[in-house]
Design a binder for this molecule. Structure first.
Ligand SMILES: Nc1ncnc2c1ncn2[C@@H]1O[C@H](COP(=O)(O)OP(=O)(O)OP(=O)(O)O)[C@@H](O)[C@H]1O
Ligand SMILES: O=P(O)(O)OC[C@H]1O[C@H](OP(=O)(O)OP(=O)(O)O)[C@H](O)[C@@H]1O
Length: 205
């Protein structure tokens, strides 16, 4: 049995779709159930940012999570495979017509991605005030909570509809299959078999 932590929402759905194709089974979470057990798999429905925690502690052998989440903390995990889904970038959002003023003595940035934003400014040796938010990030510059934001951009529609422009990209992200180190060695054969089957599906799709 392999236990796999999936992030609630779009990525879980797309991942289960790949598993359905790879194993010729139907995988659907029932209503509000958080565990789906079928065909030798136990899928766990967890919050996006909690996926690495379940995997690192061994409560799940494998997990699926965006690179942006992995970059936010240091996790001792194995990155097995780029699932090529949940593609997005982490980028600046600026009020339309404004640019990042690198000469300002201190920039205030609102973001869910504190560490990624902080590293960007450290590398440029610039002072920054990071304001941690948990959602609706685009609102912050509109009400003067921050000069700009660092957030996920997929289509750019959310920024555009809120009068923001997409600024410089800090990193590209896509969902990756990750493994707990001990599980990776203890269940190597079954994990390799799964990886090969999913890779084959990714090539056809
Ligand atoms: N348009 C998008 N918006 C947000 N995330 C996206 C998008 N496209 C791809 N992703 C990826 O999906 C992941 C999950 O995004 P989602 O917004 O569901 O989670 P979250 O709000 O960060 O999680 P949590 O449930 O912990 O609050 C992101 O970390 C990112 O890797
Ligand atoms: O470029 P787009 O295609 O418009 O997608 C990007 C938006 O999607 C995410 O928000 P989400 O819907 O996850 O809500 P959140 O504000 O709670 O994070 C992200 O934080 C952006 O707001």
């Amino acid at each position: 049995m392999l236990t796999i932590a999936l992030p609630k929402g779009r990525i879980a759905k797309d991942t289960l779709d790949k598993f359905e194709k790879a194993f010729d089974e139907e995988f659907v979470f029932e209503d509000r159930k958080l565990i789906l057990e079928k065909a030798g798999f136990r899928f766990l429905n967890v919050r996006n940012q909690d996926v690495p925690t379940y995997v690192m502690h061994g409560a799940a052998d494998l997990g699926v999570v965006g690179l942006d989440v992995l970059e936010e903390k240091e996790y001792d995990l194995i990155k097995l495979l780029d699932l090529q889904l949940g593609r997005c970038k982490v980028a600046f959002g600026l009020i339309k017509g404004q640019e990042l003023d690198m000469t300002k003595s201190k920039i205030t940035v609102a973001t869910k991605h504190e560490k990624i934003a902080k590293r960007y400014f450290e590398e440029k040796a610039m002072a920054v005030d990071i304001i941690k938010l948990y959602g609706s990030i685009e609102l912050a510059p509109l009400v003067n909570l921050a000069d700009c934001i660092v957030d996920i951009v997929e289509t750019g529609a959310t920024m555009k509809q809120n009068g923001l422009e997409v600024g410089p990209t800090i990193m590209e992200s896509s969902a990756h299959l990750i493994a707990n180190k001990n599980a990776y060695y203890a269940k190597k054969d079954v994990i390799f078999d799964l990886k090969e089957k999913i890779e084959a599906v990714l090539q056809w799709d």
